[in-house]
Design a protein around this ligand. Structure first.
Ligand code: CU
Length: 482
């Protein structure tokens, strides 16, 4: 195919994709193809603390390289699998065509050891995303990286920008599948409450999450790692990405407030808070003005205790040479919740009652290591049937004592918020459902295929907390899970 025809086709496809989503401006020019190569392989990981250990990397580094493109460009990634196991890549948050979504056994066959696969899709809409393996426990072994889509028209205003990927590690050995540093399964009973002195996982139970001992920012555990250098008066943007497998963070920057400007990559009306909560799979773009010279820590509560907590210094040029100051965690600190934030611009929302309404009861963890939706454990799980154009509501009822960040592939949903007009509901792809709470989301079925829908706690997902959103007539599924 000659270049002209190929450009023409890509332009048409781009326009179609924009039209069906109906939410974002159409690209006005031919999409350029931007090429990347990623090789998944075993590598030594050095967190800057503890011993080096063998884990997985993209191109020899964990996190993998930052992939950065402009909205409307076509991203083409050639994946080479040099691991001793199959793998895939999922483009978390981007509504890509179904065959590009990277869920093994559902949207593609897993790429075997020595194999290759090329992913290609139009990068839209602009925002902060990440990519990660969707095979087994590989996300927790280091296979993730940032994916940034810049607006087609450059957006100025920041003197500095930092991409910060947050991840949970076991500093001694990474806690791969064979590691003894894993919690026995059994959730609350066998796991979290049973720290120390517990035996091995019961036969036939899924593995519990590891006992994490280190929380890394861009692959380094504080005090290792690069501080964020600022000058007085700088306007600083942080793209926070929680790529952790099983850890949520409450983040604060000592001496400053954080203004939330986007959640899951989608702009919100800017609003300042003391604390930003970020669960697995969630992203938050925040900004602050450097107006309080000194040496400070951006740190997470709880994990922020001790040397191995999640922290990164923010250091002013010509500032004091003292150790960075940690946030003073006070009870009256203002936490950013979904209910305090609104979409920056009105987003068209189909009027009327949802055409389909699915109740999703999240439970498990008390007496077994399994986690379920409506009592069913994946792959023996429900198909939530939808048809193109449907407005679909998911009502989550969390009947467990653990938070569940629920993630829908291939779509954005809105967080149902009775305090706001539907046009201003938050646009997200991952919704944190707090313990014993209800949360509703709505989405428009605008991206046909069979889509994975699951808790983004990797250990809950692998222990069954997943099902499918399936377009069209129900087809008997075969081997969804590798
Ligand atoms: Cu969960």
């Amino acid at each position: 195919m000659d270049l002209t025809r190929r450009r023409f086709l890509q332009t048409s496809l781009t326009a179609l994709a924009g039209a069906s989503a109906g939410l974002w401006p159409l690209a006005s020019r031919a999409s350029e193809v931007v090429d990347f190569s990623l090789t998944a392989r075993e590598s030594l990981v050095n967190l800057g603390q503890g011993p080096e250990f063998k884990a997985y990397s993209f191109n020899g580094q964990s996190p993998g390289p930052v992939l950065r493109v402009r909205e409307g460009q076509s991203l083409r990634v050639s994946l080479k699998n040099s691991l001793p196991h199959p793998t895939t890549i999922h483009w978390h948050g981007l509504p890509v065509p179904n065959p590009m979504d990277g869920v093994p056994g559902l949207t593609q066959a897993a790429v075997p050891p020595g194999g290759r696969f090329t992913y290609q899709f139009t990068a839209r809409p602009a925002g902060t995303y990440f990519y990660h393996s969707h095979f087994g426990y590989q996300l927790d072994q280091g296979l993730y990286g940032a994916l940034i889509v810049d607006p087609a028209r450059p957006q100025g205003g920041w003197d500095r920008e930092e991409v910060l990927l947050l991840s949970d590690w076991v500093m001694a050995d990474g806690a791969g599948p064979a590691s003894p540093r894993r919690r026995p399964s059994g959730g609350m009973m066998g796991g979290r409450m049973g720290r120390g002195g517990m035996g091995r996982a019961r036969a036939g139970q899924p593995p519990g999450e590891p006992y994490y001992s280190g929380y890394a920012v861009n692959g380094r555990v504080y005090p290792a790692g690069e501080p964020i250098q600022v000058k007085r008066g700088d306007r600083v943007r942080l793209r926070l990405i929680n790529a952790s497998s099983a850890t949520s963070y409450d983040l604060a920057l000592a001496g400053h407030r954080l203004t939330v400007i986007a959640l899951d990559g989608q702009p919100v009306s800017p609003r300042a808070f003391d604390v930003v909560r970020l669960s697995m799979g969630e992203r938050a773009d925040v900004e602050f003005v450097a107006n309080n010279p000194g040496s400070w820590l951006l740190a997470a509560h709880d994990t922020g205790r001790g040397e191995s907590g999640l922290a990164v210094p923010v250091v002013y040029a010509h500032g004091a040479n003292r150790a960075p100051r940690a946030p003073a965690w006070r009870r009256d600190m203002r936490l950013a919740t979904y209910w305090d934030l609104a979409a920056a611009e009105p987003v068209a929302h189909p009027p009327g009652e949802p055409g389909r309404w699915y109740r999703q009861v999240l439970s498990g963890g008390m007496h077994s290591g399994w986690w379920s939706i409506n009592g069913r454990v994946h792959p023996d799980s429900e198909r939530l049937r939808v048809e193109p154009g449907d407005k679909v509501r998911l009502s989550y009822f969390n009947r467990s004592m653990m938070p569940h960040p629920m993630h829908l592939h291939g779509h954005f949903f809105r967080i149902v918020n009775p305090r706001l007009e539907p046009e201003r509901w938050l646009v997200k792809d991952t919704a944190l459902v707090e313990p014993m709470r209800r949360l509703d989301v709505e989405f428009v079925a605008d991206n046909p295929g069979q889509w994975f829908h699951h808790c983004h706690n990797l250990y809950h997902m692998e222990a069954g907390m997943a099902n499918l959103v399936a377009y069209g007539p129900a087809a008997p599924p075969s081997g969804e899970k590798a």
